[in-house]
Design a protein around this ligand. Structure first.
Ligand code: AGP
Length: 622
């Protein structure tokens, strides 16, 4: 879960690396570093802290007169043109605590290395190759640098092949060799690396966010291949030394879509982008008023031949799966499980060729989900993935992919990815209902028309953000908080509770409100705020009686309620009313409202909303 960047070309390498690391910081942000290389040698700058702290280190350590490796030599104004080459890293600590010494890059002898992943056998390697004496950090990465240096006899590819053959674990290695000035090498296993050759030179990064300000064309570095980057060429070889051509993808992420566009935090920007992201995700998938996946190359047989469905995902993506589960059961009357990807392979799942696996992942790199997909496919299941990042590892591992068109999601807390995942699920359920004769054509069109109201409905919710901000102000002092609801409201609140938990650090728990009496209500006091969701008309009366139970025990309650059923409840409770949709679509406005609630609590508490403590945007370690 770290961010890696490499650049070689004629531009200012230090600024390119630092700017890119700021864009990649959401992948990990406890320490950062860069290494700049040219004929004079390799110069490292690194520190615990954020990229902004690293910028200060760079300023402090270059007195302004000397030339930093890679920067054009200043002479009489006719700066000599030199290749600028360097690598950078922003870290989410796994092996070794947060310190300057443990920050990447790591340099041993002629080798300078940054790494994303976990080397499981690094201790054995220290013993087997007696590397202890050359190590100054507690990291597994430095062990790899030492091994590379041990095997390096002038041929980078040879040294990389020998080293990698002795590694166990996941890795993305990005290496510079002192006597190969201007060249950067990378190889990977599971951890992601994308690369490009563009007019500014050659670049590689952990993900597209760092590249899309330069180009929309990129390729994924295949596993167990070695990519050599030079300012005017890239060379991809497999481990037998055979050269292969990179397979380029084109991304449609606009330059400024990876910036904040004036918002204080990416999370707010991404919440506000949802109406457009939802419209973009539906575009080309509704033809004649009916759901249509022909543009995605997804065959109808995938939906007609399966006997059961298994959703595999983590976190917010799994919560989207819970909504899908409610739709599949209530409309298709099919068996459907929603599996926590990290538990999936250890739970003896019932998976076979009649199972349709739906893998959900914003990043497409979550290793738990990736490994679960590989496991399910080995058991004969067909896998359709719902992914936001094109060409990502899970997308490449799947039989078919439906991309959400949410654009780059930078904030660690997932928002627009979640609601666009839901859009894809609504379209899948409608397509299956039509194909299986559960819906007539007219019923399907009516369902899709309701889905097409979502962007405007969410815009209405976003228009209520001042009211939601006021409610958020009443939760700032809470240490514990309950979110209660039944059925689909419970699924809505599981996601709302995760949002609040991960950005405000309030211990928020979502509970099926009928379950409270079986223990959890013991925790309700006048200091325990309760957030309720009441959007399902058939559940309203029972939900209200559960709300009265917690109210009678002193809890302050705010209810997010469907407008048309609010009646005169405002006389008794604090309400946030939500614009009406058919019950099964109310998750959309309710989720946007709960996203805003979490956002305002966090921002009013003065936290860095986009980079919550201990978290990273992409979880690429098991
Ligand atoms: C959501 O707000 C969290 N950041 C986290 O639960 C996230 O949804 C989860 O890690 C899955 O990530 P993915 O969608 O990229 O696979």
């Amino acid at each position: 879960m770290c961010g890696i960047i490499g650049y070689t070309g004629s531009e200012d390498v230090k600024e390119i690396l630092l700017d890119a690391l700021e864009l990649l910081e959401y992948r990990g942000y406890d320490s950062a570093g860069i290494a700049l290389s040219d004929r004079a040698g390799v110069r490292m700058f690194k520190c615990a802290g954020r990229v902004s702290d690293l910028r200060n280190v760079c300023r402090r350590e270059t007195s302004g007169t000397e030339t930093v490796p890679g920067e054009p030599a200043r002479s009489d104004g006719s700066a000599e043109r030199r290749v600028q080459c360097g690598i950078g890293h922003t870290r989410w600590a796994t092996h070794g605590g947060v310190s300057d010494a443990n920050a990447h890059p790591h340099q041993v002898g002629k080798v300078t290395l940054v790494h994303n992943g976990i080397i499981e056998n690094y201790r054995e390697l220290i013993e087997d190759y007696d590397l202890g004496g050359s190590l100054v950090s507690d990291t597994d990465t430095e062990v790899v640098a030492a091994l590379l240096n041990r095997f390096y006899e002038g041929n980078p590819q040879e040294a990389i092949r020998k080293t990698v053959s002795r590694l166990r674990g996941t890795f993305a290695l990005v290496v510079m060799f002192e006597d190969h000035c201007g060249a950067i090498y990378t190889t990977r296993n599971v951890s992601p690396v994308v690369a490009t050759l563009c007019e500014q030179g050659a670049m590689l990064a952990s993900d597209l966010t760092a590249l899309c300000r330069f180009t929309g064309r990129y390729f994924v570095v295949p596993e167990y291949h070695i990519l050599e980057l030079r300012e005017d060429a890239v060379r991809l070889t497999d481990f037998d030394g055979n050269e292969t051509e990179p397979e380029y993808f084109t991304v449609n992420w606009e330059l400024n879509s990876a910036g904040k566009n004036g918002y204080p935090f990416y999370m707010e920007k991404e919440i506000m982008e949802q109406p457009q992201a939802i419209a973009d995700t539906m575009e080309e998938r509704v033809r004649g008023g009916l759901p249509d996946f022909s543009a995605d190359g997804v065959p109808d047989t995938l939906f007609t031949d399966c006997e059961r469905i298994c959703v595999i995902a983590c976190g917010t993506a799994r919560h989207a799966g819970l909504v899908a589960q409610a739709l599949v059961k209530s409309i298709l009357h099919m068996h459907i499980e929603v599996e926590m990807a990290s538990e999936f392979m250890y739970s003896d799942p019932v998976i076979d060729e009649k199972t349709l696996v739906l893998a959900v992942s914003q990043s497409g790199e979550t290793i738990d989900t990736l490994e679960a997909v590989k496991y399910a496919r080995r058991r004969g299941a067909k896998c359709l993935s719902i992914i936001n990042v094109r060409g990502s590892s899970i997308a490449r591992e799947s039989d078919y992919v439906l991309y959400t068109n949410a654009g780059p999601e930078i904030a660690v807390a997932s928002t627009k990815a979640y609601t666009t995942q839901l859009v894809i699920f609504y379209l899948i359920v409608a397509r299956m209902a039509l194909l299986r004769g559960v819906f007539t054509t007219e019923e399907t069109q009516s369902y899709i028309r309701e889905l097409q109201r979502t962007p405007d409905t969410i815009k209405e919710v976003l228009g209520k953000r001042r009211d939601i901000h006021v409610v958020a102000g009443k939760l700032l002092a809470a240490k514990d908080l309950f979110m209660v609801g039944r059925g689909l409201d419970y699924s809505i609140l599981l996601e709302g509770s995760l949002k609040l938990k991960e950005v405000s650090y309030i211990h928020s728990e979502a509970y099926a409100s009928g379950e409270l009496k079986h223990g959890p209500i013991a925790l309700i006091t006048q200091d325990t705020p309760v957030v309720a969701a009441v959007t399902q008309e058939k559940l309203m009366s029972k939900e209200l009686s559960n709300i009265r139970e917690v109210r009678s025990r002193g809890a302050d309650v705010v209810i997010f309620i469907k407008e048309s059923i609010a009646g005169n409840l405002a006389e008794e409770y604090e309400l946030i009313t939500l614009p009406d949709m058919r019950d099964e679509f109310m998750v959309m406005p309710a989720s946007a409202a709960l996203q805003l609630l979490a956002y305002y609590v966090s921002s009013d508490k003065g936290f860095d909303v986009d980079k919550p403590r201990n978290l990273a945007k992409v979880v690429t370690v098991e």
